[in-house]
Design a protein around this ligand. Structure first.
Ligand SMILES: O=C(O)CCC(=O)C(=O)O
Length: 195
């Protein structure tokens, strides 16, 4: 498999990790059974709803802080555990938590960022599963400005590893194209806290 990052990290894309029918079935189940939340961020003193719905699940103690918010994990559901197991088997890497993002349509998005919180460890390995509508994923090198664009299709798996998060940022931009909903699950392994 080809590393799509030319330098400073690992980026692997498996377009057909799940078949289309499997992926759509998982989409329906997760859309219905997860408790999707609208979070609100404070940006220059103003409270702004973030442009997507989110949920955070994981082992007890997998507490994640980002965007100034503390996320206590909800318990794993059977569907999430199924997916975690097959992704762990495929990449031979353990995960203790998952961040869910629900993009309701093309107006929902994720801004440029890197997943480099200390709690993720030095060179985090992250597995990102896409279910539902295809969306563009962009990744840009911090120094050279090189960008790589990937259309993340239904049932695809994107793997990010090595020092990628220190040298590259990524985003899912808004689009004017009509888009139905998409669920993204990023499986992570974070340092657990004693509660
Ligand atoms: O939706 C995606 O594909 C990207 C998600 C992401 O960047 C994140 O959860 O940090």
């Amino acid at each position: 498999m080809k590393n799509l990052a030319s330098q400073d990290g690992e980026l692997f894309y498996l377009a057909d990790f799940l078949t289309e029918p499997q992926a759509l079935q998982y989409f329906e189940r997760l859309n219905a059974e997860l408790d999707w939340q609208q979070e609100v961020a404070t940006i220059v003193g103003r409270r702004v709803p973030i442009p997507r719905l989110v949920c955070w699940h994981g082992d007890e103690g997998a507490v994640y802080q980002y965007s100034g918010l503390t996320h206590y994990p909800q318990a794993w559901t059977g569907t999430l555990l199924d997916l975690k197991q097959s992704i762990e088997n495929a990449c031979n890497h353990p995960f203790n938590s998952v961040l869910g993002n629900l993009y309701r349509d093309g107006r929902d998005s994720m801004g440029w960022h890197a997943d480099q919180e200390t709690i993720l460890g030095i060179n985090p390995f992250i597995a990102s599963l896409s279910l539902g509508a295809e969306r563009l994923f962009k990744i840009r090198h911090n120094k050279t400005g090189e960008t790589v664009d990937i259309n993340l299709v239904n049932g695809s798996l994107l793997l990010m590893g090595g020092p990628l998060q220190h040298h590259w940022r990524h985003c899912v931009p808004k689009t004017q194209q009509p888009k139905s909903a998409r669920i993204n699950l990023t499986f992570r392994n974070i340092k657990q806290q004693t509660l």
